[in-house]
Design a binder for this molecule. Sequence first.
Ligand code: B12
Ligand code: SF4
Length: 505
Amino acid sequence: MRILLASPESKLWNSRQHIHMGLGYLAGALRAAGYDVELYDAAVEEEPLSDVMRRGRYDVVGISSPTPLIKEAWEAARVAKSTGAVTILGGPHLTIEPNESIHRPEVDLVVRGEGEAAIVEIMQALELDAGVQKSSLSPRVFEHKAWSEILGLSYRQKDGNGGHVVHNPNRPLREDLDSIPFPAHDMFKIERYTNLQPLTDGLIPHSRSYTIVTSRGCPFKCTFCSKPVTGDTWRARSVENVIAEWRWLVEDLKATEIGVTDDIWNRDIKRAKELCRRLIEEGLNTVPWITIHGMKVNFTDLELFQLMKAAGAKRVGFGVESGDQEILNKVIRKGQTLDQVRQAFRDAKAAGLETMGFFIFGMPHETEETMEKTIRFALELEPDLAHFMIVSPYPGTRLWEMLEEEGAEIFSRDWSDLAIQDDKAHFQLGDLTAELVERKWHEAYRRFYLRPSRLARRLAKWDTWRHAPERLQDAVRFFFRERKRPTSATPPQPEWSGKAARRVG
Ligand code: B12
Ligand code: SF4
């Protein structure tokens, strides 16, 4: 059976292209089970997905989708279907909203939750139910008993009237992560991906940037956070299992930088230290690494940062979110204090690590004053890099419910409007107008990046001049351009969501 796994085209913001670990894990599982599989990541491919599918004549096409890309995923499924392939959709959005997709004619199967076991079981069921594959019915209906046993699967079961939609019970989160085959890192066209974060650009111009997931899930419940697949518990791989994958990346695949993309890799500080010690002992500390999406300040101390530094870490990022303790406690429910944040930055800097802060703007009940506190806190912490984000409400989050309960005016009219890292507010609530949020967001970038002390440091670096044209374009967007917003009398046009945006760096 010829299988293609694809991540569809994105018109969304993305100045960085990282390998898609979801596809990597699925390909690793299929390969370990003896299936031939190919990968297509639209972020780096030159040939359109439709041409690849028509040329390749795949029996099965699996498509991955976060919420903002679901329209592109449906379009990819439509083309796949026209070539006769069985179409499967999976990923974060399908886990939250399986129903809308399984009712579409171009979609045969929807997988909710973690997919490594499900995709293999689907292939096995297809072998048992060979007639299904040849069926020209659109959408396909499934008859064999094997389909009803695949946990987390949504499909159309054959009945007297053709078929009806069935959602099999959820698949429990996989506890024994060590038993999952390594992601198929070697299948990615690694030379086409970018550096992992802006500040590593100057480090190695032609990077081979891999990512690694050492644990899944996070027990905290920040109200804006969407983690439908990895969940609300913390499951860790053993240190030895992580070291084996790290060795593969460093020694065989010649990684030049590595990004840890866990939700919260340092949840168990003892394990985090042990991992660093093993990297040092094994001589795997030669490749710089970063914690891409941040670490949790609660589980840090000076020793951890010193060990990280010795283990090759270059920079650490922290989810700071707000400079107002009350917003942190009552609205974001972050479970951390401003003093814990201050201490973590102090310790990381003392250990010689670069730092990055993630800040969020426009949460419900924010005011000009609370956002001002956030800007001042960013200036006080003085990280090497600050990322200011306007909050984006994802379905399934507590924030989504809060907006519904409090009657917020939501501008995002369809899923593709929910792209994060965009320079527009997605809603307004009472005195918290979209104009206010966007003004403070622009101001945050201006005041952080254009402050004289920072400018002087940046201008002294060769890297700043080498990337001058891109930096200038970023500067215009981040510091000066305020976007016109449609009024409620003029609903947003479809193309409103697709404006490409880039992050400063
Ligand atoms: C690393 C990362 C990135 C990287 C790499 C992209 C990638 N997709 O890997 C970059 C920076 C490029 C990125 C970009 C974006 N990301 Co991102 N990203 C992550 C992060 C932190 C880790 C991803 C990961 O490695 N997961 C681990 C793997 C094992 O899980 P997985 O990818 O979900 O895949 C499993 C299942 O979903 C399922 N599955 C997935 N696809 C398929 C397909 C089939 C056919 C089947 C059967 C199963 C299946 O099986 C996989 C194995 O178990 C997650 C947070 C998280 N914890 O997941 C956010 C996250 C996925 N990103 C998110 C978003 C919104 C985006 C962007 C849309 C941001 C934007 N521009 O607006 C883009 C979209 C890019 C894209 N094409 O996917 C959201 C999605 C929320 C949602 N409701 O959809 C998340 C959950 C973060 C968050 N909390 O808000 N991201
Ligand atoms: S934002 Fe970070 S700490 Fe909060 S729930 Fe999400 S992953 Fe956990």
